[in-house]
Design a protein. Structure first.
Length: 205
């Protein structure tokens, strides 16, 4: 079954050049197209399960290893030390032995502060999701009807433009996306909804 695209007469260049625009989501008529409402990126439980659980030390030994690695990584970026990880670990262990509990208290305080800072960044991350979509996604809007009067009026300059026909069976519409079966390049019907899609948290997506 052919698919159609209503265009103005000036877009005859699509046929002349063999090129057609895939629009960014922000350029679509409806500003809410492809902009689901995101309540938050993750819940506290998600944060614990997917982020903190993997790095939170289970014992003093793990904490010392973690702190030592952080110190070495930071020192290398500042160009202030060539000490081996074993040397750094020895110093950290001695400090922990001399002041029992203080290193863990400092670590847990810094850890809690980092988690709170991550939460503060969430609104900013939510705001850049549409920008990320714009940089990664292009949409070619087509229709199954070449004779819709409103489409002719709105998209073809008051019935003075053109309707381009596309062969849906052409391999162009079957191009693989990294070999995945859920190919995003295949034509898909638009799903209309009276409610705006919502993700809470976005991690569910």
């Amino acid at each position: 079954m052919p698919l159609y695209k209503y265009v103005t007469a000036e877009r005859i260049d699509v046929l002349q050049n063999g090129l057609i625009r895939f629009s960014q989501p922000s350029a679509l008529n409806d500003p809410w197209d492809m902009r689901p409402h995101v309540e938050r990126l993750f819940t506290d439980n998600d944060l614990e399960e997917h982020v903190t659980a993997s790095i939170k030390p289970e014992s003093d030994t793990h904490m010392i290893d973690f702190v030592s690695q952080v110190i070495q990584d930071y020192a290398k970026t500042q160009g202030v030390t060539d000490n081996s990880l074993d040397e750094i670990r020895k110093v950290v262990t001695e400090a922990n032995d001399e002041f029992p509990g203080e290193l863990r208290q400092l670590f847990e305080g810094a850890f809690a502060e980092t988690i709170e800072e991550m939460k503060q960044v969430v609104p900013q991350l939510v705001d850049i999701i549409p920008e990320a979509l714009d940089s990664a996604v292009g949409v070619l809007s087509l229709t199954e009807r070449p004779d819709h009067p409103l489409m002719w009026s709105h998209y073809a300059n008051n019935h003075s433009g053109l309707v381009l026909a596309f062969d849906e069976t052409n391999e162009f519409f079957r191009s693989p996306r990294h070999g995945q079966p859920d190919d995003a390049g295949s034509p898909r019907r638009v799903k209309y909804s009276s409610e705006r899609p919502k993700f809470d948290p976005l991690l569910n997506l």
